[in-house]
Ligand binder design. Structure first.
Ligand SMILES: *[C@@H]1O[C@H](CO)[C@@H](O)[C@H](O)[C@H]1NC(C)=O
Ligand SMILES: *[C@@H]1O[C@H](CO)[C@@H](O)[C@H](O)[C@H]1NC(C)=O
Ligand SMILES: *[C@@H]1O[C@H](CO)[C@@H](O)[C@H](O)[C@H]1NC(C)=O
Length: 498
């Protein structure tokens, strides 16, 4: 048994322990970018980790670690964002190089926000705990992206660099491209070898590995490499960890892909060797911008979740990366509840009443595949009551949230499609499951529940002209209007009419 004195000594040692970027510095390859919304990546860092903006008045605040080297102050975010929505506007660079990530601009492809910019991430889409302390990651839905074009200290040309990211291994898709790392300064595709970024997902358009994915690959532009060859490389495994460490490095005629469970164990090497023997990749023509959640040309169809990541100058040794992985494991990433407010229970049937003044006789119902609001009461016909009755089931894409099955059309669920809410039959696809999964939270106006899309957590069930949408607070669509947003996304929960 430890004596009390030993425990105190261990406690002190823990708070003073090196962060990932202290470890890279010791290894002779200092971080030139260090991004995380969950924790400080240097033992001495106590500055701003990220900036958030709230929908109620568009003001911003910064979130810092609770202590130097510690976990982000999630409670400060929760207080600032109470009764409204919040977006992550800046992910600060902790390295002192000023490589702060902000809303990605248009490039080869336009994003969906104003002037072709990409969307910003919800501040609450990716809650986790680190050794029991709550923090929030960056939940990237398709259309979301962050970038700095003129990176400071990043590798250019064939210069050596390293990078890692901690990701949600279960949140991915096959679109291009959920990346973190080095990309073009012009936001356009300038050719083979102009990027070197971590890719995570199950795209098979370029490279792929064993099984069905997802895989860690390296986006070197015009190709995702899973090993030395174009296309298939058997040594790059499909990963099924909830938390993934992806480590990538590249220098003159050498590069590597390594990966691990970010919550336990050590890194495995999936590739380490010479550059791909195809035109443009040896030597490399790296440009030194930094991207998160998108491709170098602002391709923005991919999804994923980012918790922390860094880029170094110089090619890290495997030993240095192994020490960083040990630090990540010690950080203690774990899942936590995605829901708040009134409890919903799988198996119960409910009716959801509008709370917007003037509309409070209306309930969420459907007419064919259109989800809408209708005036329903205890004197309505049974058929009409069934239109407004929903069976709560465990979330089809995430068991921490819920899906809503029609009582009069069993097997059909409320799903979002182009930000309309539709009643569609379950078609058994991953896309359908994700579109049909919603996370209840305490209603923004305090009356009942607000139902947040799991896959687009900036978006909520919202009635607008008596039709239901997946709406964001102040987005570009008419139904995203900020006017009456809190009331329009808040629904009182009742036992189902039928
Ligand atoms: C670039 O990084 C250096 C640290 O190496 C820092 O002193 C300098 O201020 C940075 N430049 C900008 C524009 O932030
Ligand atoms: C990615 O995986 C999903 C779920 O298995 C599948 O539906 C999709 O077709 C895959 N994408 C690609 C590009 O293989
Ligand atoms: C804010 O939300 C809390 C928790 O849901 C609720 O109790 C309160 O009534 C809400 N306040 C306003 C002004 O909407």
């Amino acid at each position: 048994m430890f004596s009390r004195r030993t425990l105190v000594a261990l406690g002190l040692a823990a708070t003073a322990s090196a962060g990932p970027c202290d470890i890279y510095s010791e290894g002779g390859v200092p971080c030139i970018a260090a991004h995380s919304t969950t924790r400080a990546l240097y033992s001495a860092f106590s500055g701003a980790l990220y900036q958030i903006q709230r929908g109620s008045d568009d003001t911003t605040t910064t979130i810092s670690p609770l202590t130097a080297g510690g976990v982000a102050d999630a409670a400060a975010q929760d207080t600032f964002c109470a009764n409204t929505t919040c977006l992550i506007t800046i992910i600060y660079d902790q390295s002192g190089h000023g490589n702060h990530l902000t809303q990605a601009p248009p490039g080869g492809f336009d994003g969906p926000d104003v002037d072709g910019y990409d969307n910003l991430a919800s501040a609450i889409g990716a809650p986790v705990t680190l050794n029991g302390q709550k923090a929030y990651g960056v939940f990237v839905s398709p259309g979301t992206g962050y970038r700095i074009d003129d990176g400071n200290g990043t590798a250019t040309g064939d210069e050596p660099e390293g990078m890692y990211a901690v990701l949600d291994g279960t949140h991915y898709n096959g679109e291009c491209c959920f990346d973190y790392g080095n990309a073009e300064t012009s936001n356009t595709d300038t050719g083979a070898g102009h990027m070197e970024a971590i890719y995570y997902g199950n795209s098979t358009s370029w490279g792929y590995g064993a099984g069905d994915g997802p895989w860690i690959m390296v986006d070197m532009e015009n190709n995702l490499f899973s090993g030395a060859d174009e296309g298939y490389n058997a040594a790059d495994p499909s990963l099924s960890y909830r938390f993934v460490t992806a480590a990538v490095k590249g220098g003159p005629d050498e590069w590597a892909i390594r990966g691990a469970n970010a919550a336990s164990g050590s890194l495995s090497t999936y590739y380490s060797g010479v550059r791909p023997d195809y035109s443009g990749y040896n030597p490399m023509s790296k440009e030194g911008s930094i991207i998160l959640g998108i491709g170098g040309d602002n391709s923005n169809g991919a999804q994923g979740t980012f918790y922390e990541g860094v880029m170094t100058t110089g090619y890290p040794s495997d030993d240095t990366e192994n020490s960083v992985q040990a630090n990540i494991v010690d950080a203690g990433y774990a899942i936590t509840s995605l829901v708040s407010g009134p409890t919903l229970t799988a198996g119960e049937s409910i009716s959801l009443r509008v709370t917007t003044p003037g509309y409070t006789t209306r309930y969420i119902a459907h007419t064919g595949t259109t989800v809408n609001t209708q005036v329903i009461s205890s004197s309505s016909s049974t058929a009409d009551q069934e239109l407004a009755s929903w069976k709560v089931v465990t979330g089809l894409a995430n068991s921490g949230c819920f899906s809503f099955e029609s009582v009069d059309t069993p097997g059909s669920y409320i799903r979002h499609y182009d930000f309309d809410l539709l009643l569609n039959a379950d078609d058994g696809t991953k896309q359908f499951y994700e579109d049909a999964t919603f996370c209840p939270q305490a209603a923004l106006n305090g009356e009942g529940t607000s139902l947040r899309s799991w896959s687009y957590p900036t978006r909520y069930f919202r009635h607008y002209d008596d039709v239901l949408y997946a709406a964001s607070n102040g987005g570009v669509q008419t139904f995203d209007s900020k006017t009456s947003f809190n009331d329009d996304v808040s629904f009182e929960i009742y036992t189902a009419f039928a």
